[in-house]
Design a binder for this molecule. Structure first.
Ligand code: AHR
Length: 500
């Protein structure tokens, strides 16, 4: 029996909806086919956006979408993607498969997608191969409501009103694909480029995001902050957020491992690697604390998720992979970690939305399938805009290889906007169910509703069997006063909605 304590009276912070954000890049079949099929497609669409995909994403309350990359962002020239489609320039997508990018999905299309989804926009600018002027003019094009060369151009292209840009990234992975810069050089460039990311709409100031580190590259965070904060402490280094990228690979970059063909060893290795996210957040946050004592700057985990070998027979540059119960666990574990660190983590964007890496949706022609990761996001959506509660679960270490041992359980709890307490739990054991005693301090429980995503380690959804892994009603619990006794199944992610 493991004890699990929740103190409903001790609120620990606000969980931004954006902790459940997403990322869409011009990569493989994410944008084209996955999200955008064009107005003339026989796949049902509204203004070119797939209706099935948009409806599924609205269901999970997608809070924010990042675009156009990724590595693609630093070679994207936004003016190639506006105006009549037949006149738009074609380019080679050098990073992702060397395919022709016809720019038929550009700024107007992205903003139309954001409108249909009802989510916030996160636009990633090009510092690697773009000029300050180009970045500055993009922001003017999108957000200026008046007479100016770029606002006039937007109107000529059929959009009278400006759009809202909620988040703007000044470059992406500039330590690598975004220009191979050093932290000091990037930090100085950041100061310069962000100067011209103007806030044309005082009611909607743009949340500016500096390019942060890859995984445990702590020197990058420190070096960028040292340059950006120099004599700019009161302006918080000119940034509202700094990013962090961390992918979970069962193996290494040379041999990542299969998405579906794996055993128990890989199960625990992968879960233990994903748990490293917690240390990463804490250590990057500790560096931020040196510069930003009053916690104004957010840590933005704008790329996270699993990265496996591509599905056999698919283009290696398209990063198309399947998604199993192991991915469901990885999603649940990470979302619990983000909740627990909501004081610093202000946004997180799983990579990527459709057909790329740890997607919530896969498509094939007219068919669409929701992955196990989708069903986890659907259960966790109740944490959006909720208040994190003080909570703690007793755990033990499990897994045969000492180096890759993991706690058997993770959890987070929040007081939702609906007045209910929402608890999300993950059971990392590949074999064992656990008896859990969840105690709500001084708070009698009126009723509980529960759902679980579970299955065999490799269980996944295919176009022929799309409902193998879904969130199902869960009834293996008993309520008495302020206690809930739960049998948490092996390999599961659970959501409890507790009426108090
Ligand atoms: O998500 C795929 C790629 O991973 C992104 O383009 C890049 O930012 C990261 O290396």
């Amino acid at each position: 029996m493991y004890n699990h304590f929740i103190n409903p009276k001790n609120k620990k912070g606000h969980i931004n909806p954006e902790l459940q954000g997403h990322f869409s890049e011009h990569l493989g079949r994410c944008i084209y086919e996955g999200l955008y099929v064009g107005e003339n497609s026989d796949i049902p669409n509204v203004n070119g956006m797939r209706t099935d995909v948009v409806e599924a994403l609205k269901e999970i309350k997608i809070p924010v979408l990042r675009w156009p990359g990724g590595c693609f962002a630093d070679e994207y020239h936004w003016k190639d993607g506006i105006g009549p489609k037949e006149k738009r320039k074609k380019m080679i997508n050098t990073h992702w498969g060397g395919v022709v990018e016809d720019n038929s999905f550009g700024t107007h299309e992205f903003m139309e997608l954001v409108r249909q989804l009802g989510c916030k926009s996160y636009v990633n600018g090009n510092m690697g191969s773009g000029t300050v002027q180009e970045m500055s003019e993009w922001v003017e094009y999108m957000t200026f409501n008046g007479v100016s060369p770029m606002a006039d151009l937007r109107k000529e292209n059929g959009h009278e009103e400006p759009w809202t840009v909620d988040f703007f990234g000044v470059g992406n992975e500039n330590w690598g694909c975004g220009g191979n810069m050093t932290p000091d050089f990037y930090g100085n460039m950041y100061r310069r480029y962000q100067t011209y990311v103007r806030n044309y709409d005082p009611k909607h100031p743009i949340f500016k995001i500096a390019c942060g580190a890859n995984a445990e590259d702590y020197d990058w965070t420190d070096g960028v902050c040292a340059a950006a904060f120099r004599k700019a402490e009161w302006q918080h280094g000119f940034m509202d957020g700094i990013s962090l990228h961390y992918y979970t690979l069962p193996g290494d970059w040379g041999n990542k491992g299969s998405a579906t063909d794996f055993g128990e060893k890989d199960w625990y290795r992968t879960l233990s690697k994903t748990l490293f996210m917690e240390e990463l957040i804490e250590r990057h946050a500790a560096i931020l604390d040196k510069y930003d004592k009053d916690h104004k700057v957010g840590l933005i985990v704008d790329e996270w998720g699993t990265w496996y070998d591509v599905e056999p027979g698919t283009n290696p540059g398209f990063l198309y992979q399947q998604n199993t119960v192991r991915d469901a666990l990885i999603a649940g574990i990470n979302l619990n970690i983000f909740n627990k660190h909501c004081d610093r983590v202000r946004m997180a964007n799983i990579a990527q939305l459709v057909n790329v890496l740890q997607s919530v949706i896969l498509t094939e022609g007219k068919k669409m399938v929701k992955t196990p990761t989708y069903h986890v996001f659907n259960m966790y959506k109740y944490h959006q805009d909720a208040e994190l509660l003080d909570s703690f679960v007793e755990t033990e270490k499990i897994g045969a290889e000492e180096k890759y041992q993991v706690p058997n359980l993770t959890e987070s709890a929040s007081l939702g906007k609906d007045g209910k307490i929402h608890v999300t739990l993950t059971n990392l054991s590949s074999t064992d169910a656990y008896d859990l005693r969840t105690v709500l301090a001084d708070t009698p429980v009126k009723s509980v509703e529960a759902q679980a995503v579970t299955g065999s380690m490799q269980a996944h959804n295919t176009f022929d069997a799309p409902e193998t892994v879904t969130a199902k009603e869960f009834g293996d619990y008993k309520v008495k006063d302020n206690e809930i006794s739960i049998k948490v199944p092996a390999r599961s992610v659970l959501h409890l909605a507790i009426e108090i």
